[in-house]
Design a protein around this ligand. Structure first.
Ligand code: KDG
Length: 303
């Protein structure tokens, strides 16, 4: 089994509030969103986690089957449940409420990492959420990264700071060493500010590149994205679209970026495509449902 992108973390069942107050069922979980985003664009992807033996776990497994995400490495926990989150919307944007304590994914253990799958891939994608859900999940991320590092597989990392899962102090102690071994680390202006106290993308990128990362992506919300390598830097302006829900837009960006880079594109070329994919992903509710396919991104870029 050989795939372009292997992602590891916690998938979540999603309930997303509509203007009429009702909740629309869907799916989320940052690293799973990335695997699906890349699969929709034509990449081969696989996912590593634990699901509960419950209807939410069945629904997530069925989603991966439909989307062509290889989930043969996913195990089911006999008693722990699959995590759930609610998305509500305010003037300030979306808000998440989690029901995930003690979830099946939080019981991930280093033995759950299939070494060959990781070692033969082009990218391993993990996040700060994958690390924050529990100590054993954090060790599992470290084990997967060590396999990737030895096999010279590129590590893609999203800081995805969730201070409801861990404090900024605790997060910093894990996130900085992870950025240091990442080929590609993505962060948001908000995360980076909480982690470093810096608010300028240039300064944030310099700080993270100095740790040893190969490339840094700083998302700037609707304003676009800033990309930096030790040699080159670029700001891409965000597209102005009639956004409905930005849940998972960062994951849409990362999935598209990795998909393009796995096909041999440079990070700067890949980011132009990913910027468009991320804009399209905001046109519907939910982290997964509006993720675009390749023809939609190409048509949007051709406009
Ligand atoms: O990036 C979007 C995710 O944050 C969302 O799908 C929910 O995984 C999630 C989380 O833990 O916040």
């Amino acid at each position: 089994m050989q795939v372009d992108i292997v992602a590891l973390g916690e998938p979540l069942y999603e309930l997303n509030q509509q203007p009429d107050g009702r909740f629309l069922p869907g799916f989320g979980g940052d690293t799973s969103n990335v695997a699906i985003a890349a699969a929709r664009l034509g990449s081969s992807t696989a996912y590593i986690t634990k699901l509960g033996k419950d209807p939410f776990g069945d629904a997530i497994a069925a989603l991966w089957r439909r989307e062509g995400v290889d989930h043969r490495a996913v195990t089911r926990h006999p008693s722990a449940q699959t995590g759930l989150y609610l998305v509500t919307h305010t003037e300030q944007g979306h808000q998440f409420s989690y029901y995930r304590n003690g979830s099946a994914a939080s019981l991930l253990h280093p033995v759950d990492v299939p070494s060959e799958l990781v070692a033969k891939s082009k990218f391993l994608h993990v996040s700060g959420i994958s690390q924050a859900i529990s100590g054993s999940a954090r060790e599992t991320v470290s084990a997967a990264m060590e396999i990737a590092r030895r096999a010279k597989v590129r590590i893609s990392y999203d800081t995805n700071l969730r201070t409801r899962l861990w404090s900024a102090l605790e997060a910093r102690a894990t996130i900085e060493p992870t950025i240091a071994v990442s080929s590609l680390a993505k962060t948001s202006l908000e995360d980076a500010e909480a982690l470093t106290g810096l608010s300028e993308p240039e300064a944030i990128a310099s700080r993270f590149l100095a740790l040893g990362a190969g490339a840094i992506v700083v998302t700037l919300g609707a304003k676009g994205v800033y990309i930096a390598t030790p040699e080159e830097r670029l700001t891409l302006r965000g597209y102005s679209v009639a956004a409905i829900d930005a849940t998972g837009a960062g994951d849409a960006f990362t999935g598209a970026l990795l998909s393009e880079m796995a096909s041999g594109r440079s990070i700067f070329e890949a980011a132009r495509f990913a910027n468009a994919a991320a804009a399209l992903s905001t046109l519907g509710y939910g982290a997964v449902e509006p993720l675009p396919r390749r023809d939609a991104v190409e048509a949007f870029l051709a406009q």
